[in-house]
Design a binder for this molecule. Sequence first.
Ligand SMILES: Cc1cc2nc3c(=O)[nH]c(=O)nc-3n(C[C@H](O)[C@H](O)[C@H](O)COP(=O)(O)OP(=O)(O)OC[C@H]3O[C@@H](n4cnc5c(N)ncnc54)[C@H](O)[C@@H]3O)c2cc1C
Length: 453
Amino acid sequence: MSISVATPSSIGTSTTRKQGRAPPIAAINAPNDVKVGRRSRVGMPAEERGPHRIVVLGAGYGGLTCALRLGRRLGSAVRAGELEIVLVDRNPYHLLETRLHEAAVRGVEVTIPIAKLLQRRPVRFIRADVTGLDIERRSVRTESGPIPYDALVIALGSKSASYGIPGLREHAFELKTLDDARGLKAHLEARFAEATGEPDPERRRRLRRVVIGGAGLTGVELATELTERIRDLTGVPLGAPDGGEVVLLEAANRILLAHDHATARSAHRVLRRAGIRIVTDVRLLEVRKNAVALSSDEVLPVGTVVWTGGVRVPEIFQEAGFRTGEKGRVVVGETLQVEGAPNVYAIGDAALARDPNSGEPIPMAAQFALQQGRVVADNLVARRAGDRPIPYRPRILGEVISLGKHLATGWLALGWIGRLRLTGFLASLLKRAIAERHLALLWRESRRWARPG
Ligand SMILES: Cc1cc2nc3c(=O)[nH]c(=O)nc-3n(C[C@H](O)[C@H](O)[C@H](O)COP(=O)(O)OP(=O)(O)OC[C@H]3O[C@@H](n4cnc5c(N)ncnc54)[C@H](O)[C@@H]3O)c2cc1C
């Protein structure tokens, strides 16, 4: 069976995964298809194997950056028919995941169609769900057929981890995909609408109570964003009689455990002032249809539960025989190559790279995924030219946590001067500037796709 690849122009715009599942690859009939078959290309004579193929898995922060940069730097080799650059994702859009909480609460647009981003770049896109890797045969398994590669970049990000908490999958929302955000928004609005017509005050209170499990970055950003929205929906501040309630649960003894104490303290103050109930040292034991059971022996009636308590990397990499570490991340060396598989690279949330100075794992954050995407693209270019690869050295630009539409807290690295700490409106402008910078870089790398508005 031969499978074909969609050219950017044949890819749909931002549909959700449930709404528009990826068509079988064979069913996409683009004129300049990449023909790939079930037969492995490893061991074939060079003339039969066709051009060298670099396959990038995942069109998120790391993967898209890598593919666009490869397209820019190796465009002439692609045009000469010596090379193919293929980008694979289950969705036809690039998701601005760092703004997902805004989509879940305010319905902000957080996708950019991949077709638009690739229209001026020699990168082919395959919309497919990756289900496994066959390292020996140098082939990616997808729901729609295999995709052989010569060099592979893994940038599939992470997914929500439920830690086996009973009822979580059935009764709680997650916040990792566009579907999650849309589902949560619809549910919240339905619950608050239902509460308006509810005569029983206890039931009304339950419908307006939102419990967020996990006070890391996602939980904190979602809680503050929700506060403003709930105030709009009820017309009164959080915690007021007949107002809504947001409970932020954390198993550790403080919020934002992955961030420094000063940032966590200032976020804590803002959250308390906004009326959010912060409960630390308490674990979520079970999620039921309309209640949560906590390790403090409390059973809290709820209208909405959101789980932001942890992420992990899909199991397919362990199954492929890669060494994995904390949260299932694939262990990589300093050039971001996967141990024991020099033609395979891993970046972003999926990769366990270490800071060479501290030895600490590189955090799961967009800024590092972007940096690693650029480094791997440059290393693939170097490899083609027979040059030495460059090691990855993380650059920490700062950390800014949004606390609603017009507030944020965090710091900016100012080289040898140290950290500039900011809390308030100015910090929220900085946060917006970081998001805009990503769009500007994409715009440049994609040769100026037509930006909306
Ligand atoms: C609400 C929220 C707020 C955040 N805020 C910040 C922030 O302010 N700053 C920050 O630095 N980080 C933030 N993060 C974390 C940041 O979004 C991630 O660290 C970053 O997205 C990781 O980039 P990545 O390239 O590794 O993966 P991703 O950007 O997640 O991309 C992975 C891609 O792979 C695709 N994919 C996954 N599995 C498959 C499969 N089986 N088949 C095909 N395609 C697949 C996905 O569709 C996706 O396009 C936030 C995360 C969330 C959820």
